[in-house]
Design a protein around this ligand. Structure first.
Ligand code: HEM
Ligand SMILES: CC(C)=CCC/C(C)=C/CC/C(C)=C/COP(=O)(O)OP(=O)(O)O
Length: 299
């Protein structure tokens, strides 16, 4: 009895370490990114590869996105320490050293790239690596610290997975997946700025020039509304070019109607709680929108 308790106690630090490594991968974000990549893959023409190669390609994209997230934890550790939302992160708390996190990220980068080269193709591997650099280096190290347009420009990296999924299948660029990239690209500002309104004190304390800090809450609410309107228009494009049908269009209309209603409410008289509702809804919105695209393809 005593021995088994002792063994369990010895395993605890190992389990905590594993939990910390998982935490720096931003698993929930990566899962949604992989879903958008999967839809890009599913909408590609002439899907002829085996399901195993397709799954390996999605895993490669996910592993490289997780590597980008791990590097973000290292680069941002000083900022993370100053914000209530992020101060408990493993690297900020020094439960994981920067060296451990960087080795972990390097290992994932090598594994993810190898998977993509062999299961998909070189173009897909290069574009995914470019997205990693876009998020972990361009956005995190430069844009985030310099301009309130940080997430608009940096958002391109997070918007790339549908294109990556498509290219994993076809090995070539095409116009259609760029429409899906545009959807995630225009979705990102309402997604993030809603959270940034509710957490503006955090960003101000850490000296990060997020829009509500530099230009105020009212202007940010207006920008959220404008981007939500643009998103609504962009979401119709897949239907207009014949890439998707009525199932998608009907779902997009309902989801965008709800998103617009929340954005208007936030703009007119929203408080921080309302901003958090918009943030949480944005995640459900993108999830369901891409599920609708997927279902539409197969009905
Ligand atoms: C530059 C672009 C983006 C920025 C700045 C951003 C920012 C954020 C922030 C600050 C959070 C809160 C995380 C936390 O509570 O610790 C968050 C959550 C989340 N984001 Fe984004 N995001 C971006 C793009 C994306 C993209 C492209 C996706 C997926 C396609 C995504 C999916 C999610 C999900 C699923 C969550 C919830 C995570 C959780 O509950 O743990 N984000 N985002
Ligand atoms: C290879 C590939 C597809 C890369 C995609 C990279 C990726 C994980 C994009 C998601 C964007 C994201 C979670 C931003 C968080 O912003 P933040 O870092 O400012 O937020 P934080 O304060 O929560 O750290």
């Amino acid at each position: 009895m005593t021995t088994s308790i002792l063994i369990q106690a010895r395993q605890l630090p190992l389990l905590t370490k594993m939990a910390d490594y998982i935490a720096i991968c931003k698993a929930k974000v990566v899962l949604l990114l992989v879903l958008t990549a999967w839809v890009g893959l599913a909408l590609a023409p002439d899907m002829s590869r085996s399901i195993w190669l397709q799954l390996a390609s999605l895993a490669g994209i996910g592993v490289l996105a997780a590597a980008a997230a791990a590097i973000n934890h290292v680069v941002d550790r000083e900022i993370d320490r100053q914000m209530a939302r992020t101060r408990h992160r493993p690297v900020a708390m020094e439960r994981l050293s920067t060296k451990q996190a960087l080795w972990f990220a390097a290992l994932m980068t090598v594994c993810g790239t190898t998977l993509l080269i062999f299961a998909a193709n070189l173009l897909c591997a290069m574009l995914t690596l470019a997205s990693l650099v876009g998020y972990a280096v361009v956005y995190t190290s430069f844009l985030k610290r310099r301009t309130p347009q940080n997430i608009v420009i940096g958002g391109l990296a997070g918007a790339m997975p549908p294109l990556l999924g498509w290219v994993s299948e076809t090995g070539a660029l095409a116009a259609e997946p760029w429409l899906l990239v545009m959807i995630v690209f225009t979705w990102t500002p309402p997604h993030f700025w809603a959270l940034a309104i509710a957490r503006r004190q955090d960003y101000a304390r850490a000296n990060v020039p997020m829009l509500p800090v530099t230009h105020g809450v009212e202007f940010t609410k207006l920008c959220i509304l404008i981007y939500t309107i643009i998103l609504t228009l962009v979401c119709v494009l897949p239907y207009l070019i014949g890439m998707s049908g009525w199932v998608y269009l009907a779902s997009a209309c309902v989801l965008n109607g709800m998103f617009l209603q929340k954005a208007v409410e936030l703009w007119r008289r929203g408080n921080d709680q309302m901003a958090m509702r918009v943030f949480r809804f944005s995640i459900l919105h993108l999830l369901l929108l891409f599920v609708a695209l997927f279902i539409d393809r197969w009905v």
